[in-house]
Ligand binder design. Structure first.
Ligand SMILES: [Fe+2]
Ligand SMILES: [Fe+2]
Length: 129
């Protein structure tokens, strides 16, 4: 994963890394419907787990921008769900294919970075290592 996406919170970073790997595998599996489907299911699961993990930390730290952040998570999931119908004409799939990963990466830069900075500030304040 490009270093500009690294938050410095190792658990979240490794989840991002794993999700990016599956996104890439999914893009390479368009010719193989079964493999594509399995990867798709696993990606949905990993994303939901990851977003849930972040949102749990937000609650613990009473993160003031959690609403907006949650909304951006839902957009990624919605975009991914829209690909589930693999009976779409291939031209449409082509158009849609890059969108979920693009949104996911943008979401790291726009939301996760702010969140990570907030967590670091508050960990210091609360004296958590
Ligand atoms: Fe994230
Ligand atoms: Fe996030």
């Amino acid at each position: 994963m490009d270093s500009k996406y690294i938050l410095g919170i190792s658990e979240l970073d490794s989840q991002h890394e794993e999700i990016e790997t599956i996104f890439n595998a999914l893009q390479g599996a368009v010719e193989d419907k079964e493999r594509w489907h399995n990867l798709f299911e696993s990606l949905c699961e990993k994303l939901k787990f990851h977003f849930y993990a972040e949102e749990s930390i937000m609650r613990i730290f009473a993160y003031p921008e959690s609403q907006e952040h949650r909304k951006s998570h839902l957009e990624v999931l919605k975009s991914l769900e829209s690909q589930k119908d693999i009976n779409l004409p291939s031209a449409d799939i082509e158009k849609l294919r890059d969108q979920p990963m693009r949104l996911f990466l943008e979401q790291i830069l726009s939301q996760d970075m702010r969140f990570a900075a907030f967590i670091k500030r508050n960990k210091e304040r609360l004296g958590i290592q």
